[in-house]
Write a protein that binds this ligand. Structure first.
Ligand code: PMV
Length: 330
């Protein structure tokens, strides 16, 4: 199956036929506490393991779509050239949805650092599918929304709800059982600190990184089983309201994923000197008794994880951190 096959299977006969003048949708960013790394099918973004994320409810992408006389896209109020890979990726995705679609004007505003490890492609694809749903009156279920977003970018399937979200890896070849579901158990004392160390584009995209890991990493054999068990432990910590256990497991999960990246040939190292300095500082503070942990994705930025009650201490040590309380928002 290619991308168009996966999309059309999930769309179940729906076409990209506008029924309204415009479609608009906001979708939030999510940060994986249990990571997705490894695909069992590349075009469908079907993962080798379950993953689990926390949504940052006020950070994300707002997308609006209208019919136009030519394909055009604006990103953060700037027109994107047709030769740009962002433009090409977007419109080839829309062609794969419906090759007879009308020309479209897409406008996306991201209030996050694009391509710097803060997963704007996740919120971007989730917002895009939501906006198409509004434009075409598709009346997608949350599960269908998640599946379609997944085909755009794997982790986008988790950007469909607030709170904790779990992506079930699924087993079917058509991907219809590979979708994300909210875990309706809040954990109000949880805090996330965003440290934007650099906004440089990442060196290797996640798809290429995953391919290289599958092809060359000797440690990868152990990853899917570890990752699935780790997601079970994360889910248990949430059910038991045990923030400390959740944070420790999340850091262990991220470090294990990065170990598989580092052990590829050639080695993939997303960390910059600034990232390593933060890792060392977090460990030193933890040795002094502060319950401070971290997670990192396919980029150099670090996300701090801690108890809300420690926010002032964390800010004293990391004054540039943007503290987010995922369960306290308007
Ligand atoms: O959805 P992608 O292809 O951008 O992959 C995301 C991979 C990680 O961010 C490293 C992990 C995750 O689960 O989000």
């Amino acid at each position: 199956m290619n991308k168009a096959d996966f999309l059309q299977t999930a769309l179940a006969g729906r076409r990209l036929t506008p029924m309204n003048s415009t479609g608009e949708q906001f979708a939030p960013v999510n940060i994986a506490l249990g990571k997705y790394w490894g695909k069992r099918h590349f075009s469908g973004n079907l993962p080798t393991n379950d993953s689990l994320s926390i949504t940052l409810p006020e950070h994300g992408s707002s997308t609006s779509i209208t019919v136009s006389d030519c394909d055009q896209v604006q990103l953060n109020s700037n027109a994107v050239a047709a030769s740009d890979k962002f433009h090409q990726r977007l419109f080839s995705f829309l062609d794969a949805i419906d090759c007879q679609r009308p020309k479209l004007r897409v406008s996306t505003q991201n209030n996050i650092a694009t391509a710097a490890g803060l997963a704007s492609s996740a919120s971007g694809f989730a917002a895009l599918i939501g906006a198409l749903d509004q434009l075409c009156n598709w009346q997608l279920s949350q599960r269908e929304w998640s599946i379609l977003a997944r085909i755009g970018s794997g982790s986008a399937c988790r950007s469909i709800a607030n709170g904790f979200v779990r992506w079930h890896r699924g087993e079917r070849a058509d991907g219809l059982d590979s979708f994300a579901q909210p875990i309706n158990t809040p954990l109000p004392g949880l805090a996330v600190g965003l440290l934007t160390l650099t906004t440089a584009e990442k060196a290797i995209g996640s798809t290429q990184g995953m391919q290289q890991t599958l092809d060359t990493c000797p440690l990868f054999k152990a990853w899917p089983e570890f990752a699935n068990q780790s997601v079970e432990r994360l889910a248990l910590s949430i059910a038991q309201q045990n923030i400390s256990a959740l944070l420790a497991e999340a850091e262990h999960n991220a470090m294990t994923m990065h170990a598989t990246m580092i052990a590829t040939q050639p080695s993939i190292l997303y960390w910059q000197p600034e990232s390593v300095a933060v890792i060392q500082k977090v460990r030193a503070l933890r040795a002094q008794g502060l319950q401070l942990y971290l997670t990192m994705d396919a980029g150099p930025n670090v996300k701090l994880l801690f108890h809300q009650q420690d926010s002032q201490d964390v800010l004293a040590y990391f004054p540039t951190a943007e503290v987010i309380l995922p369960f306290e928002h308007s």
